[in-house]
Design a protein around this ligand. Structure first.
Ligand SMILES: [Mg+2]
Length: 255
């Protein structure tokens, strides 16, 4: 079953749908781990802390170390640390982003920031948006965790961080740098962490435009699963196909 050293799995639509685990994916991950492969979980969701994400996976029967959970908040904090050491950051976001910045010892400020970071903030107010807008207009760099315009809840689709990034882009005339999928930063950090060759990694996800494109852009193998947002017929007409197109992870090719 194991052909790769590092299996990088998307979460929503791949491991679970909202509050429901996807049984084939849970079995697959347990099989990979039993065979000695490493499993990583990568999500654009920047709101949850790693511990909260670990707990959610455990409730679905998936065990993981917190350092095998990668999200767009962790990637943004690391990107900032590697490229803008010492920068002071104004943050719009939730606990996940706050924790990621603290882990990299990045200074958070509300006055004269060097960088404005925007992640999903379900307590967003006009005054937070206005302060961020003024800071960017004063020359602060503008970074976003992820550009998903909407995301699914039990009641339907609601505004995602990408919708707020567009609002801020309209107000400032500045396009943000975004680190979430389809940008390949999260895969790059996993590669650095495990010192993998690209041939040893595979990206598994349900969304062609974020997951699969991130893998293709990074130059690793990709597996699309038809358990989430992109219908298989849409994937099959793409110019660049995933390495594998699978109904579910129960269909992973056996050696
Ligand atoms: Mg997904």
């Amino acid at each position: 079953m194991t052909n790769y050293k590092a299996y990088c799995l998307d979460l929503d639509g791949t491991m679970y749908r909202g509050k429901e685990p996807i049984a084939e994916a849970v079995d697959f991950v347990n099989g990979c781990q039993a065979a000695g492969a490493e499993t990583y979980f990568i999500t654009n969701n920047a709101a949850l802390t790693r511990a909260a994400q670990q707990k959610k996976l455990a409730e679905f029967g998936v065990q993981t170390d917190v350092d095998h959970i990668m999200n767009s908040a962790i990637a943004l904090a690391r990107y900032c640390k590697q490229n803008y050491a010492g920068a002071r950051v104004m943050m719009i976001g939730e606990e996940g982003l706050e924790e990621a910045l603290a882990a990299e010892k990045i200074t958070i400020t509300n006055e004269n920031p060097d960088i404005v970071m925007m992640g999903l903030d379900r307590q967003i107010t006009y005054s937070k948006l206005a302060e961020a807008c003024l800071a960017i207009r004063n020359g602060a760099k503008f970074f976003g965790t992820n550009e998903d315009k909407k995301f699914p809840t039990e009641r339907g689709l609601v505004p995602g961080n990408g919708s707020f990034l567009h609002l801020m882009e309209a107000a400032t005339g500045t396009t943000p740098i975004v680190v979430g999928k389809p940008a390949p930063y999260m895969l790059e950090f996993i590669q650095q962490q495990g010192d993998y060759a690209k041939e040893e990694m595979v990206l598994i996800g349900d969304n062609y435009d974020t997951d699969i494109l991130a893998g293709i852009r990074y130059g690793i193998d990709t597996a699309y699963v038809a358990t989430g947002v992109t219908p298989a017929e849409e994937v099959l007409i793409k110019e660049v196909l995933p390495t594998y197109v699978l109904p579910s992870l129960a269909d992973w090719p056996k050696k």
